[in-house]
Design a protein around this ligand. Structure first.
Ligand code: 1CP
Length: 341
């Protein structure tokens, strides 16, 4: 049995299941080794053997309860035909789409052929993963994905993309509808290939104004959750709407996610009091504490434990592992969470 999947059935184990967002990546020397073997980051995402190897790397080092398939949220626009590249030390670059003509430039025609290596990587990973470890699939939520697709790169405020969205609300809503359907299909294929749970990354949800929250965040996400639960009724789906604070209650009731990944700004006592008791909470250690290690790390882990006493939950960070994180601190964290230190 899998402690991670048991949590969604309301079964509480001695210590909470644990995994980390971005647990496969640049803080691991063995990842950097494999990375050197591939020219581009996308080549790595589209090499089933290498992607499976990287997915399993953190589980070889640490007794984690879940693996997240090594891929990226920007595989979706790429498989739709948008030009996407990752530049060393800069981040992703996309040829920006225009809201008025996105359907002329994107096509689902070759989507499954282009994304096939992702599903092959899932299949391969699953065959090598112990049954007690859950395999997590994922996608970016429509809002976060649309921001990258219009802006053409990462940004602190996505001002260009947001301005276009406000000035062309109808076309922007059509893009979100289009992405909701494609993301649903991408996630359904991931489940068919072997993932047992999904996480929807809405990293930039906090940039959406309250006035448009339902239209741009919860309604597209609800469509995805609904499509997936129709196909797989008992599939756990975790939402990660980063930075939405007081809108979390609305997010949960409107999207019907079964789990919620909390960012570091959310007091756990608030989440326990204000969110449904059937909802599985995940989080929310500050990733910098994993860089620090030592007493400050231990104190914060024990405080999360204390807040979550009596309730099934999943231990995680409030955002991804940072590249400067010493792997020994990750080990320390897992041992403390599991009560072995
Ligand atoms: O050079 C390299 O090695 C590339 C670094 C890297 C890695 C390791 C990128 C580029 N993506 C990834 C993998 C990745 N991305 C995973 C793998 C599985 C795991 O967690 O172990 C996942 C889940 C993602 C998801 C992702 N990609 C998100 C959502 C989660 C989050 O961290 O907020 C986002 C926003 C992206 C876009 C992206 N891809 C890569 C970078 C550097 C970024 C962020 C760009 C930016 O806005 O600055």
């Amino acid at each position: 049995m899998s402690p991670f999947l048991d949590t969604f059935k309301g079964i509480k184990s001695y210590s909470p299941p644990i995994w980390f967002m971005r647990q496969a990546g640049r803080y691991l020397p063995e990842y950097l080794d494999v990375r050197k073997r591939c020219k581009g980051f996308l080549d790595l995402c589209y090499s089933p053997e290498l992607a499976a190897e990287i997915t399993l790397q953190p589980l070889k080092r640490f007794p984690l309860d879940a693996a997240i398939i090594f891929s990226d949220i920007l595989v979706v626009p790429h498989a739709l035909g948008q030009k996407v590249s990752f530049e060393e030390g800069i981040g992703p670059k996309l040829t920006p789409i225009s809201l008025h003509s996105f359907e002329d430039h994107l096509t689902v025609k070759n989507f499954f052929k282009n994304a096939a290596p992702v599903y092959q990587a899932i299949h391969l990973t699953k065959s090598k993963l112990a049954p007690s470890k859950a395999l997590i699939g994922f996608a970016g939520a429509p809002w976060t994905l649309a921001l990258y697709m219009i802006e053409g790169e990462g940004s602190r405020d996505f001002a260009k993309a947001k301005r276009q969205a406000f000035e062309n609300e109808k076309a922007f809503t059509s893009l979100l509808d289009y992405l909701s359907e494609v993301i649903s299909l991408h996630l359904i294929e991931q489940v068919k290939a072997g993932v047992q749970t999904l996480q929807l990354f809405d990293t930039w949800a906090g940039l959406c104004p309250a006035t448009h929250f339902e239209k741009w965040i919860t309604s597209p996400t609800r469509k995805i959750v609904s499509n997936l639960t129709e196909a797989f009724p008992s599939l756990p789906i975790i939402g990660f709407p980063k930075g939405i604070g007081a809108n979390l209650g609305e997010y949960v009731s409107q999207t019907k996610v079964s789990g919620l990944s909390l960012d570091t700004t959310i007091p756990l006592s608030w989440a326990i009091k204000n969110l449904p008791s059937s909802l599985i909470l995940q989080g929310n250690l500050d990733p910098i504490l994993l860089v620090s290690g030592g007493e400050s790390l231990k104190k914060s882990i024990l405080s999360i434990h204390e807040d979550m006493q009596g309730r099934p939950y999943i231990f995680n960070l409030g955002h991804g592992i940072l590249p400067q994180t010493p792997p020994s601190h990750v080990e320390e964290c897992v041992q403390i969470v599991k009560g072995q230190r």
